[in-house]
Ligand binder design. Structure first.
Ligand code: PFF
Length: 445
């Protein structure tokens, strides 16, 4: 018997350009974690020792995990939940390992719950940096922003709105275009800010705070925090990179790609440190200021800097876009999972969705037509009733499946089993052709 294969059931999607994966993964990695998180954590954890341990974690732990995530994603070409399941089954393990993928979906949403609030503050700071209120200090300005729940809620909602709009339009094209423009511009702006820190900040002190090793305060929590920051900054452990890896073309080199992404990510974090700490020291601020550090220090920078009311909004706009490309990657594993095509015969069996029904056959009157007791019939109610069709008919209060024979003066309902008699329909019968049987689905014994 010949079978006619359909076109492949589910076509996988791929990034288009050679650089797209690098750009998308860098878009995910570079975000608030680099520019907001890294400096404030380096500040509260005492600087150089944290920075060096962080760099070590990126190289020794982050990079191999990034490669592993990309491999698992690319091999399965599925969302992290199913990619983990496939990886486990292929290596002879329980499919329950997909729980790791589920963990990723949940963590993504949990991270987004605070990430969107910080990103909302960035959006708010675009306007604040354009027209700073010089009668209050940058610390007071930050406190003003964070003390107002409606304000935080508003900007968080705006940020989430952008996410929804981009995800609804489809990640592949949107992210590619966004990141292509964002990355170089962000890089140039960071360089400008580092140059500014060289001129107007205490650059030597900033450098030594970040890089001259001082391991006196290091304890186990420093390692834990540095490792956490490395995972967070590289977007690891929650399926974002695995998900993007599932769109990566087979011919791309995973090692080189991961190295580029991790390199770019680290570079941006270091540049953020170099732009911020010299200013902190020159202005007599505290490096331990915590989550407000970037907003407080940079607003002071932009207020004093030539063209600060242009560069400031530009910086916070870029930071918001960087946060957006990361936030999208936090949601992408969930979106990919829920969009994943479930296996379905609908394309084969259903022409008119609204008019199609299933029914279970019972009895043996149609066995020669291939309909046996217990088979499932697919019925299309929109098809015209014509001679010789097998139909579900409603006769005197009962349903029956028969072949229709339309004759000049009567209608016969023909069985396909010599042990049964045709049913003749006359005017006295209550009779409706309910629908035409289009397919029979049967269990093979
Ligand atoms: N890497 C992003 C940042 O540094 O801002 C945050 C992030 C994105 C973390 C995606 C985790 C993730 F899956």
């Amino acid at each position: 018997m010949n079978i006619n294969p359909s076109s492949s059931v589910s076509e996988s999607i791929s990034w288009v350009g050679k650089w797209t994966f690098v750009l998308a993964a860098a878009g995910s990695a570079v975000g608030l974690g680099n520019i907001w998180g890294f400096p404030y954590k380096a500040g509260t954890e005492g600087g150089s020792a944290f920075v060096l341990i962080y760099l070590g974690c990126i190289l020794v732990v982050g990079l191999p995990i990034m490669m592993a995530e990309i491999m698992i994603g690319r091999r399965a070409r599925k969302s992290p939940v199913n990619a983990m399941k496939i990886a486990a089954i292929d290596s002879g393990q329980s499919s329950k390992w997909q729980a790791v993928g589920w963990g990723g979906l949940v963590s993504g949403i949990l991270i987004l719950s605070f990430y969107s609030v910080i990103a909302g503050i960035c959006l708010n700071y675009i306007g604040i940096a354009a027209m700073p209120n010089t009668s209050i200090s940058s610390v007071e300005q930050f406190n003003l922003v964070t003390a107002s729940a409606p304000r935080l809620l508003f900007w968080h909602t705006v940020f989430i709105g952008f996410n929804i709009a981009i995800l609804a339009a489809g990640v592949i094209g949107g992210i590619e275009r966004m990141v292509r423009l964002l990355m170089p511009t962000l890089f140039v702006l960071m360089i400008i800010m580092v140059i500014n820190a060289m001129i107007n900040g205490d650059f030597i002190r900033g450098l030594s705070f970040l890089f001259s090793p001082n391991f006196s305060d290091v304890d186990a929590t420093t390692f834990l925090r540095a490792m956490g920051q490395a995972f967070f900054s590289l977007s690891l452990g929650m399926g974002s990179i695995m998900c993007y890896g599932s769109y990566m073309p087979k011919e791309e080199n995973i090692f080189k790609t991961s190295l580029t992404v991790a390199g770019l990510d680290t570079l941006i974090a270091i540049l953020a440190g170099l732009a911020i700490f010299p200013i902190i020291f020159a202005y007599g601020m505290e490096p331990e200021a915590g989550p407000g550090l970037v907003f407080i220090s940079l607003l002071s920078v932009f207020v004093d800097m030539p063209f600060g009311n242009i560069l400031g909004p530009a910086f916070f706009t870029l930071l918001s876009i960087a946060a957006l490309s990361s936030a999208i990657s936090l949601l992408e594993p969930s979106v990919a999972y829920f969009e994943e095509e479930k296996i379905s015969l609908d394309a084969f069996l259903i022409k008119n969705k609204e008019a199609t029904f299933y029914a279970k056959a019972s009895g043996n009157s149609m066995i020669n037509a291939g309909i046996n007791d217990g088979d499932i019939l697919v019925i299309d109610r929109s098809l015209p009733v014509t001679n010789n069709k097998i139909a579900i008919c409603f006769v005197d209060g009962e349903f029956t499946v028969k072949r229709i024979a339309i004759q000049e003066d009567k209608i016969l309902l023909l069985p396909e089993n010599p042990n049964y008699k045709p049913i003749e329909i006359s005017k006295e019968n209550e009779f409706v052709v309910w629908g035409i049987v289009t397919y029979v689905i049967k269990k093979l014994t």
